[in-house]
Design a protein around this ligand. Structure first.
Ligand code: SF4
Ligand code: SF4
Length: 210
């Protein structure tokens, strides 16, 4: 059967009218910023102070897009006669976000909590080389990492906090308590020796005791 002339137009207008009366589901980005969940994988931030250059993240990254350079430095012995130590010093830490597939393995495997997800995602570039973020830029992303969610009130105490509390309690019981009160300082500068015996007070007459 041949279609009725103008039926297509009528159907199209009906769809338009129906859609106009419905609530919009499209986010009006960039006029409106999207309301992202806290665990959004936007970009990776580096907290450099925690990084020990163990290279675990670079080794585990499936895309091989983490570049780390470092050198060794000798740290003098802390005590006379002690042994010198060597430590790794970070020279370069970069992530190529044009290769990264946002799997999060590097963040999971980092044993020292040096890598974090930030929900920031507005870092598109016109030159692909600019998508390699060096350590300074990775540090800048750290300031956009949201605070961790509050602990569940019924959760177990974290083992680090429990260990620190036990150590503090142990120290408090083993350290000697101060037994004497500090003597006030003589303003004239001639501090007399504290009396070894209390001064003799008035003696109560015999027989007056209750
Ligand atoms: S998120 Fe995955 S792909 Fe991206 S740098 Fe980390 S390990 Fe590599
Ligand atoms: S795994 Fe963590 S500590 Fe080790 S090199 Fe990577 S960021 Fe640094």
């Amino acid at each position: 059967m041949a279609p009725i002339p103008g039926s297509g137009l009528a159907k199209g207008l009906a769809v338009t009218l129906r859609t106009m009366t419905k609530k919009t589901v499209t986010e009006q980005y960039p006029d409106t910023q999207p309301d992202l969940p806290p665990r959004t994988r936007g970009v990776i931030g580096l907290f450099e102070e925690n990084c020990t250059v163990c290279m675990l993240c670079a080794r585990e990254c499936p895309d091989w897009c983490i570049y780390i350079d470092s050198h060794k430095e000798t740290v003098p012995a802390a005590t006379p006669g002690g042994r010198e130590r060597s430590r790794n010093v970070l020279d370069r830490f970069a992530i190529d976000f044009s290769l990264c597939m946002y799997c999060g393995i590097c963040i999971e495997v980092c044993p020292f909590d040096a890598l974090f997800w930030s929900p920031e995602f507005e870092y598109a570039e016109t030159d692909i080389r600019d998508l390699t973020h060096e350590r300074d830029k990775l540090r800048e992303w750290m300031w956009t990492v949201p605070a961790p969610p509050a602990l569940d009130p019924g959760a177990e105490e974290p083992k680090e906090i429990a260990a620190a509390r036990k150590t503090a309690e142990k120290l408090a019981t083993t350290q000697p308590q101060p037994t004497t009160q500090p003597q006030p300082t003589d303003p004239t500068g001639s501090n007399p020796e504290p009396p070894t015996e209390p001064p003799a007070g008035p003696t109560a007459p015999e027989g007056d005791a209750p």
